[in-house]
Design a protein around this ligand. Sequence first.
Ligand code: SAH
Ligand code: SF4
Length: 354
Amino acid sequence: MPDAVLGLETEDIKNHLGSILPGYRAAQLYTALYQQRVRAWEDVTTLTRQARAELAAAYVVGWPELQQRFESTDGTRRYLLRLIDGKTVEAVLMPEGARNTICVSTQVGCPVDCKFCLTALMGLERNLTAGEIVGQILYVLEDNQLTGGLQRINIVFMGMGEPLLNLPNVLKATRILTDVKGVGLSPRRITLSTSGIIPRISELGAAPVRPKLAISLNASSDVARRELMPITRKYSLSALLEACRAYPLRSWEKLTFEYVLLRDVNDTDADARRVVRLLANLNCIVNLIALNPGPGIPFGTPDPQRVDAFQRIVQKAMPCFVRKPRGRDVYAACGQLKRVSQAEIEQFPILVNA
Ligand code: SAH
Ligand code: SF4
């Protein structure tokens, strides 16, 4: 399998491609990859014909290819993208007025065994490279002609996978995405969500260029969280909240806590009050997500009234929002990314889109 250049930073280009490209050409290739978004060597017109031929003999540019695109009735698009080794991952575009959110994967599958998540059923196939993470975003931007107005694009590392188990590649992708000479996205609009890999939280906090941090809380006590997210046995809820308190927030930043509401499991008023107590001294907001259902997921979605009641209690103490489900009908919503095919969509149609 040929190597890909997508995902290289200028220094990497100098180090790896020095025998083909003189050092001063490294910046030109970097601009071609991330600003001009070239997909093929013949499009890198700033390089000589000979350099292009030599590069093409040894490397591919490394864009993913479209395997399938699924269109939701609400405008959400789920992309099944094929990587250069043939493995596939999913990315999702959620347009909302002038704003677009792109949700990307950081691993093929996920090794964390959350009981409410379809991705968990895949297990982990492998980590994505920085180039494969950036490639998903470039693909979705190009496919939707999102060229100007990059400042209105939100990126969330909330697709398949646990980003903190692939932190070096996630950080490298973030540097390329936020570099003004790279993709040029706003660093304030990139967010990573984690199930709570505690040792990696402080490592993230120490990175000079990093996404905002969201934590999947999903339960109001250690005992309950262990049932839903077995990773809690390794990283307890109290230790997780301790790591959150120690996290070095930037002046403009707040922590986000996500809480998936499961009918009659973690959605009571008492749960909401416990959430308030757990998060009391943190500078944070809470995002509630009513469960997105799927085959093999043994939980139900709470009624909208229950979601409202939960929100009202938390809202008294801190900002609390209900995340609108997007793309459930095509298995594009949170926790539904398991490469579900058209045939499976028809076999297990999701009619809830409240
Ligand atoms: N692995 C990371 C990021 C990907 S999951 C994490 O767990 O945080 C993104 C979000 O979707 C998480 O907050 C997770 O709790 C939530 N989620 C998982 N399964 C879900 C489901 N079936 N319905 C709604 N949200 C779900
Ligand atoms: Fe992995 Fe996140 Fe799904 Fe848990 S919720 S299995 S960490 S993708």
